[in-house]
Write a protein that binds this ligand. Sequence first.
Ligand SMILES: Cc1ncc(COP(=O)(O)O)c(C=O)c1O
Length: 477
Amino acid sequence: MSFLKEISPLVKKHFLSENDVLSRRAAQITAEIQQGERRNYNEVLDLSSGDLHRGGIKPITFVRQVLAACLYPALLEDDSLPLDVKQRTENLLRECNGGSVGSYTESSGIAKIKHCVSQFITRRDGGVLSSPDNIFIQSGSLMSLMIMLKLLIRSEDLCRTGVLIPVPTYATFTLALEEQGAAIIPYHLCEEQGWTLQVEELHRALQEARKICNPVALYICNPGNPTGHLQSRKSIEEVIRFAAEERLCLLADEVYQSCVYGDDTEFYSYKKVLSEMDSNISSTVELASFNSASKGFMGECGLRGGYMELVNLDPAVMKYTHTLFSIAPCPPVVGQIALDLMADPPKPGDASFPTFSEEVQSIKNMIRKNTGRIQEVFAELPGISCHPLKAGLFVFPCLHFPPKAIKWAKKRQMEPDMLYCLHLLEETGLHVRPGCEYGQRKDSHHIRLFVGTQENIMEEALQRLKTFHMRFMKEFS
Ligand SMILES: Cc1ncc(COP(=O)(O)O)c(C=O)c1O
């Protein structure tokens, strides 16, 4: 007997979502090319997801050497491994039960690695103290965010728990919220001013929401996905003040914190800014912030290592948090090791330092060059506008479609940017995501492009986009 009838409508909705049409078609085209079908391109170029290694970026040597030796300690006898790699491996294996990465660990992560992460946070924030007791490691930052949502969301209440989220936003988080039964309270980022977060808009969204749900938390993504914006210190202060006045818990998703490229731009963490505000705020506003080994220079998404730091949580709530983490399966040990290496990379004087810094610099240079080229190409194209990228790993240009193109999409009962992406994929083999997946203002249209790929691939992708876009605009003008 099947329990198909019992499957929740939400789960069915996820699986039936047309959002995946693009990925499915991209996979089909790849298979068709492999089977010898002739097209005017010889492969699909995938700029759809924020995955550096999928984009062809090589893993950092130091990271992979330590991981390899942790997985296969016989490599410690190999003369080709630098001394600091061997020392780090030995130190890490000492922290693993039975000296092996194959053992279970504490559910919130290996104590020594939590200590290393807290020291990293203290250094990042110019000395603001961080305690390992407030660090929770999980298999990726999204998993700790989901555990935090379990604490916040009271699914049994008649009046649903509300969470404020930006529009546009990281789509997987919206799905996670829906799954936990939260009421989603959208607040729009201001595209005209470079996707800034405006407090008046937060007030508007909150007032509206209070009529229908019980708002408890405010989610911020800084630097932004998909928008690539970076909040100023002043903007962060305003948001924290708003959270204090409205008694909202802050969920600061800061996974792109090491991807900051714009001139005169600096990343400020919510934790640092909060700690420097008046004591009635700094000691009361509840904050959960998130970071990950998936993003930044390492891009080790597949290893699944992320952490959450909690600040100002009621001790009783902290107790529940510890309990929730203790009943979750422990995060993968390789992901925890990746976090340790992110938090404490080689230093000047270490044998691995020259290669490590060269590799990191070359990834940063590649992203800078790619974003520069994207700006140049977009500036030449009609019907497309884009703010200079300040941070993160995506550009999110606005597409100004001619009315004929919008009519054409309506006739096919599709969002215009989704139809644009499908045709772009079909005609040129370039796979990017449509703005409708991230939320956008009514009647505005976007595409999201990943910028972390080799320069020659980016060049090829831009040529394909340019050819398609020119033809598209001509056809519909
Ligand atoms: C804004 C944002 N937060 C969280 C995540 C998830 O990261 P992790 O791999 O650590 O779960 C992503 C992944 O793309 C992201 O873009």
